[in-house]
Design a binder for this molecule. Structure first.
Ligand SMILES: Cc1cc2nc3c(=O)[nH]c(=O)nc-3n(C[C@H](O)[C@H](O)[C@H](O)COP(=O)(O)OP(=O)(O)OC[C@H]3O[C@@H](n4cnc5c(N)ncnc54)[C@H](O)[C@@H]3O)c2cc1C
Length: 315
């Protein structure tokens, strides 16, 4: 049901931000179509319509303190179906942790790297989420999406999704009006105990290394492909290279060397535990986060001639 002025603070992991002027939740495709038609009917023409934003788990977005002058659709399309034993059809609103639980219960291997990855399947596909040398694209057969303007469905093969480092076609103009509805994952039968052990290992590793005790949105910046590090700093930084899944200079390491740990603006602090996490320790605002982001970008550019690129989405 279409609602007005809905607070987004408790619908994102950062616990930051104002309200959405329009909002509805969807549990099936009928909810999506009827909600959108209701919303469209409020405006005379397409050009009068405010923008539309798709909200998954809200684990990778910074919501502005002033809120969002548009429609937020909260995706709760949550289901997992076995297609032919090792293939799974997964609704885009499914929590990644639910998918991993299903994999353990059904002894399906391939997604162990994602242990502890928060958010929805749709959000993970859009950004080709990855960790521990794995990426979403490694086990994906195809992705279905719907165009929110004309309700046309599109099915893309893995190759057609144009996956890259934390990116996909869904971040480009080609698919800017598309809502990812479901995807087919291709997995392999494996040992239940081993799958469960590997997933738990990643969860434990995250708990030990990441500041999960505070509201956060994961890594603020993408790691830096080592090829983009200026030659004069390559020798100094080569000891820190990590495979992600290609050689990168971790931003957390760079911030640590630059002395950013503990830097605070308002209620937001650059984490001591993992400095690519800017944690909300005390009622932080989007302004606080943006100030810290600008500080980090400028300092790193001035000192090392490296341009940082955000991984997060600004709403
Ligand atoms: C503690 C923590 C750890 C994290 N660790 C990692 C990590 O290891 N690796 C990693 O890659 N990321 C990581 N992240 C970031 C984040 O969890 C992932 O990017 C996640 O996949 C985002 O999913 P979401 O549902 O929360 O997306 P949201 O934050 O809700 O949305 C992110 C973007 O995706 C779009 N979107 C969401 N659903 C759809 C859909 N169905 N169709 C089209 N567009 C959609 C949104 O419009 C928005 O632009 C971490 C975040 C946190 C908080």
């Amino acid at each position: 049901m279409l609602q007005k002025n809905v607070p987004l603070k408790n619908l994102n992991n950062y616990k930051i931000g104002g309200s959405a002027s329009y909002f509805f939740e969807i549990k099936n495709m009928e909810d999506l179509k009827s909600g959108l038609l209701g919303f469209y009917s409020l405006f005379h023409s397409e050009k009068d319509r405010p923008p539309v934003f798709i909200l998954g788990g809200g684990t990778n977005i910074l919501v502005d303190d002033k809120g969002f002058q548009g429609l937020v659709i909260r995706n709760l399309l949550s289901y997992i179906e076995s297609a032919n034993g090792e293939d799974l059809i997964v609704g885009s609103g499914t929590d990644f942790s639910e998918l991993l639980k299903f994999c353990i219960e059904n002894s399906l291997s391939g997604l162990e790297w994602a242990g502890g990855l928060p958010g929805s399947v749709g959000g993970a596909i859009r950004g080709n989420a990855g960790a521990y040398k794995g990426e979403i694209k490694d086990n994906l057969k195809s992705v279905t999406s719907i165009n929110l303007k004309n309700f046309d469905y599109k099915n893309r093969s893995n190759i057609e999704c144009n996956f890259g480092y934390r990116t996909s076609v869904f971040k480009t103009d080609e698919a800017k009006n598309e809502f990812i509805t479901e995807a087919i994952f291709s997995l392999k039968k494996g040992s239940k105990e081993e799958i469960s052990r590997l997933i738990q290992e990643k969860i434990d590793h995250r708990k030990a290394r990441h500041p999960l005790e505070y509201p956060n949105i994961g890594s603020i910046f993408k790691n830096i492909p080592f090829g983009l590090v200026p030659d004069k700093f390559k020798d100094e930084f080569k000891q820190y290279i990590k495979e992600d899944p290609f050689p990168v200079l971790p931003v957390a390491k760079l911030f640590s060397i630059a002395g950013f740990k503990g830097k605070r603006v308002g209620g937001v602090v650059i984490s001591e535990k993992h400095p690519n996490y800017f944690v909300n320790v005390d009622n932080g605002s989007s302004e606080d986060v943006r100030n810290l982001v600008e500080f980090a970008k400028k300092e790193i550019k001035d000192r090392y001639d490296i341009s940082l690129e955000e991984e997060i989405y600004y709403l």
